[in-house]
Design a protein around this ligand. Structure first.
Ligand SMILES: Nc1ncnc2c1ncn2[C@@H]1O[C@H](COP(=O)(O)OP(=O)(O)O)[C@@H](O)[C@H]1O
Ligand SMILES: [Ca+2]
Length: 497
């Protein structure tokens, strides 16, 4: 009896092992499919519809690692031809049409199988904010036209809207710190580490119609209107962020023209201290006073012309800018930026991008040039006559060339006297890109809306390595064969012996 029981028990054990192996094999294959789907590159795109122009940013990331950090990269940027979408007031369908060229380029890059799952957004900034203040119907019409165009493509269209100034500031800040892995870092030992809070960067964005400052202050933010609370990877941040509408460089320069024109005794020929000697610019009053950022004079005839004569007087230009920026008015709070806006003292390192970068880059300034070098470079550039400039830079567009001097002075006034970087100039880095990706609000916007930055810490295990999976399958199949072989031997030899 005892001798006959053994082969039976052995047979049962072998069958059990075989069954378990089959179940394990099925589970391994099913799990593999779950982990690997989707395993190809994922894409996402955002149109940055700025006041001066629109650009498309296409991003990509590995599909099976969406919970990781620092892995979304920029695949493509495409400049939309023409001016910003807010300039299409008399031809709203033209705003939609203008996006087609870049959308077609994106179609050629994103594989057909991925297009329907590729999220596509359009965010409009201060130009459209101003237009919606002036004429909401017109801005709505433009948004509906760009929506129509984007919906006519197979991408997963997720909205075209005007983003708030706070979002613009906060998403720029997220972009920088995400790219530099300041929120969370995947260490070699397989653990997620949280870099020290002090190493978080601030963001300085200078657009055409608005400008943003965002940073983590030393103390809690006093004014709830400029506090932006967020939780990323289980850590809470309280960001100070403010967007100054009408203080982008193009609107600020318009305000200078308006101020000069209104305060001169000869309103049709006006000296302009921020323009180069020998430069003159004739514009219609309608082109200066068309914006809600400048108060119209009374009486006012938009067709009347005014000529600005450049005098290249830096000292006079700076004091004029200080009047426009209003660096003294700070009544409500002890700590202020400019124009009476609450701002805690700046804290930590900053990246200055967009028009900050374009201006400094044109002047040949290094990302971290010293304050004295920056000042002397601006001074000597502004002292050049228009004739000299046109000869030195024959390929630079006139609209940029005439404004670099004025913009540079404007930048220095807002940074030093407005935000008060006088004692922390060396904390600012003027840069366009980090990790081959443009600095701006678009990446942060997409990361947030597609949940690519979770508010809680990511799960460590996101999938099984291919080699590990192959080894597991091989082992299970091997055990399966072995048990079947033993079972067969037992059946043939076991009971009869
Ligand atoms: N190559 C360049 N040189 C100088 N300024 C530039 C250059 N390219 C863009 N800019 C300026 O950068 C700013 C970009 O602002 P934009 O994003 O269009 O506006 P906003 O963010 O206020 O909606 C504009 O003032 C534009 O003139
Ligand atoms: Ca912008």
């Amino acid at each position: 009896m005892r001798l006959q029981l053994k082969p039976v028990l052995l047979g049962v054990a072998v069958v059990a092992i075989a069954c378990m192996s089959i179940i394990a094999l099925i589970l391994t294959i099913v799990n593999r499919q779950k982990v690997e789907l989707p395993n190809s590159t994922q894409y996402g795109m955002v149109f940055d519809a700025g006041s001066s122009h629109t650009a498309l940013f296409l991003y990509q990331w590995p599909g099976n690692k969406e919970n990781n950090t620092g892995i979304v990269s920029q695949t493509l940027t495409c400049d939309v031809k023409g001016d910003g979408i807010s300039s299409y007031v008399t031809n709203p369908p033209g705003a939609g049409q203008s996006l087609r060229e870049c959308l077609d380029i994106a179609m050629a890059i994103v594989p057909a199988s991925q297009q329907r799952i590729t999220p596509a957004y359009l965010g409009a900034t201060a130009g459209m904010r101003l237009l919606s203040l002036q004429n909401k119907t017109q801005s709505d019409e433009i948004l509906s036209e760009v929506t129509k165009t984007m919906q006519s493509y197979p991408f997963d269209f997720r909205g075209a809207r005007i983003i708030t100034g706070m979002e613009e500031g906060a998403y720029g800040w997220i972009t920088i710190n995400y790219l530099l892995e300041r929120f969370i870092k995947y260490a070699f030992n397989g653990k997620w580490i949280h870099p020290k809070a002090g190493n978080i960067f601030g963001a300085l964005d200078l657009g055409g119609a608005s400008t943003q400052i965002s940073f983590i202050p030393k103390d809690p933010v006093k004014d709830p209107q400029s506090a932006f609370d967020l939780q990323l990877y289980s850590y809470r941040y309280q960001l100070y962020t403010h967007s100054y509408l009408c203080y982008g460089k193009d609107q600020a320069l318009k305000k200078l023209q308006a101020y000069l024109q209104k305060t001169t005794s000869t309103p049709s020929v006006v000296d302009h201290p921020c323009y180069h000697k020998g430069y003159n610019l004739t514009v219609k009053l309608g082109d200066i006073y068309d914006s809600p950022c400048v108060a119209k004079p009374t009486p006012y005839d938009p067709s009347v012309q005014v000529t600005f004569l450049g005098t290249g007087d830096s000292a006079c230009c700076i004091s004029l800018i200080e009047k426009i920026v209003n660096v003294t008015n700070c009544s409500l709070y002890p700590d202020c930026g400019f124009d009476g806006v609450y701002q805690p003292p700046v804290n930590g390192e900053f990246f200055a991008f967009s028009a900050y970068f374009y201006t400094f880059d044109f002047l040949g300034l290094a990302p971290r040039a010293s304050l004295s070098h920056v000042n002397s470079t601006i001074e000597s550039y502004c002292n050049k006559t228009w004739m000299t400039l046109v000869t030195e830079y024959p390929k630079v567009k006139e609209k940029y060339l005439r404004d670099y001097c004025c913009s540079a002075h404007y930048i220095m006034v807002i940074l030093l006297k407005g935000y008060k970087f006088e004692t922390s100039w060396d904390k600012i880095s003027f840069q366009k890109q980090v990790a081959d990706t443009d600095i701006g609000w678009t990446l942060g916007y997409m990361l947030n809306l597609t949940n690519l930055i979770p508010s809680d810490r990511p799960l460590v295990v996101t999938g099984v390595q291919t080699s590990q999976w192959a080894a597991e399958v091989f082992f299970i199949v091997f055990v399966l064969f072995l048990s079947l072989a033993v079972f067969t031997i037992l059946c043939v030899w076991g009971p009869s012996s």
